[in-house]
Design a protein around this ligand. Structure first.
Ligand SMILES: [Zn+2]
Length: 378
């Protein structure tokens, strides 16, 4: 199913030539203002396509502006809902950078800034809806081989129509492309609880990413690195047990909180686990410990208790700060059992050296996976 509309000229906002590339309407359902950005993921591929994954049934507008005054041409897409924070993602090749902006309080603007001299043909640029939550634009005119792959979020997530059962299809290409798993020995699920294959789907959310490294602690230890490494390993271990896994990010990119939640809610995940590391000021190395937060109501408390116990079992000597009620966005707005685990303090004298150790992160990944599987098996 495609939605193709003709090129129209928009009222020029400045002297520059701005062309409305296509007003693609799938279902003109207004998003409530609390929904946050409707942009869940985006990707520029070497194949010359810009692809978007959005909330289903939204209205999207795309624009083009010629390059001038030493600036390259730009293409941008406006989507409903504002991002929590605006950001610039360095790209490469013909695309200089990608910006996620907030032109007003109700809009996300995804801007592709091309290198000066890049030739694009606006008469051939179209943003095409390929499903209720997918969009594609062929960047016609850009010389072949000059686009490098860049993106944010999980483009390969399941389509927006929720299904009750999931096959344990591999998301391996995502993990391979990140290339960031730092532990050397191959992961082995031996000893982990066994669950029926193909029945469950889990969302793993490595907190932070991109320009937001989260907490930074002793010796420059960054929360974003710790949680991404552990998260990728948890995903691999779950897959080895036949559990379908979606990750909110698989590389060093920044994803807003609403898309993380939307991903989990839209695919009907059984469990959502957000991974973090804590921090206090650098002059409090005495503060250490593991804690797991759940939003009260439902069965998230059970999940939190199990994961907290498993993580504590591999973290002797650090304080057990317990499974505790919390109100973090990602656990408050997800509709399935969900927890946020703080796996230690990057500023703590006990925790920091461990979190920096790839072998300890392996044990953390096994502990978190073990907790998830035990919960699914109840
Ligand atoms: Zn954090």
């Amino acid at each position: 199913m495609g939605f193709r509309s003709s090129v129209r000229r928009a009222r020029p906002l400045r002297q520059a030539c701005r062309v409305l590339l296509g007003l693609a309407v799938v279902l003109a359902a207004e998003l409530p203002s609390w929904a946050g950005s409707s942009l869940s993921a985006w990707r520029i591929g070497r194949d010359g396509n810009l692809e978007l994954r959005t909330s289903p049934g939204i209205q999207v507008q795309a624009f083009f502006e010629e390059g001038r005054d030493g600036l390259g041409p730009r293409v941008w897409v406006d989507l409903p809902g504002a991002p929590l924070h605006t950001r610039v993602v360095p790209a490469g090749g013909a695309v200089r950078e990608v910006r996620i902006g907030k032109p007003d309080y109700g809009t996300t603007r995804l801007v592709l800034e091309f290198q000066p001299g890049t030739r694009l043909d606006p008469r051939q640029l179209r943003l095409v809806g390929t499903a209720r939550d997918r969009w594609r634009m062929e960047l016609t005119g850009v010389a072949p081989g000059t686009l490098l792959a860049v993106g944010e979020g999980d483009m390969d997530g399941a389509p927006a129509i929720a299904q009750s059962r999931w096959s344990a299809r591999s998301f391996g290409s995502d993990f391979a492309s990140s290339g960031r798993t730092t532990s050397r020995r191959p992961l082995n699920p031996e000893g982990l609880p066994v669950v029926p294959r193909g029945r469950f789907r889990v969302v793993i959310d490595p907190g932070h990413g991109g320009p937001d490294p989260g907490a930074v602690g002793i010796d420059g230890l960054r929360e974003t690195d710790v949680v991404l490494d552990v998260g990728l390993q948890v995903a691999q271990l779950l897959q080895a047990r036949g559990v379908g896994v979606s990750m909110t990010r698989t590389s060093e990119v920044d994803v807003d909180l609403p898309p993380r939640v939307n991903l989990a809610n839209s695919i009907g995940a059984n469990v959502f686990v957000s991974l973090h590391a804590n921090a206090l000021s650098m002059d409090r190395p005495d503060v250490n410990g593991v804690e797991t937060f759940f939003f009260e109501g439902g069965s998230s408390r059970d999940l939190a208790v199990i994961i907290q116990d498993q993580v504590m079992a591999v973290s002797p000597g650090t304080p057990d700060r317990g499974a505790r009620p919390g109100r973090f966005y990602v656990i408050r707005r997800t509709t399935m059992p969900s927890v946020l685990t703080e796996m230690g303090f990057v500023t703590g004298q006990i925790d920091a050296p461990r979190l920096a150790d790839p072998n300890f992160r392996r044990r953390l990944a096994q502990a978190v996976t073990s907790g998830i599987l035990a919960y699914l098996n109840r």
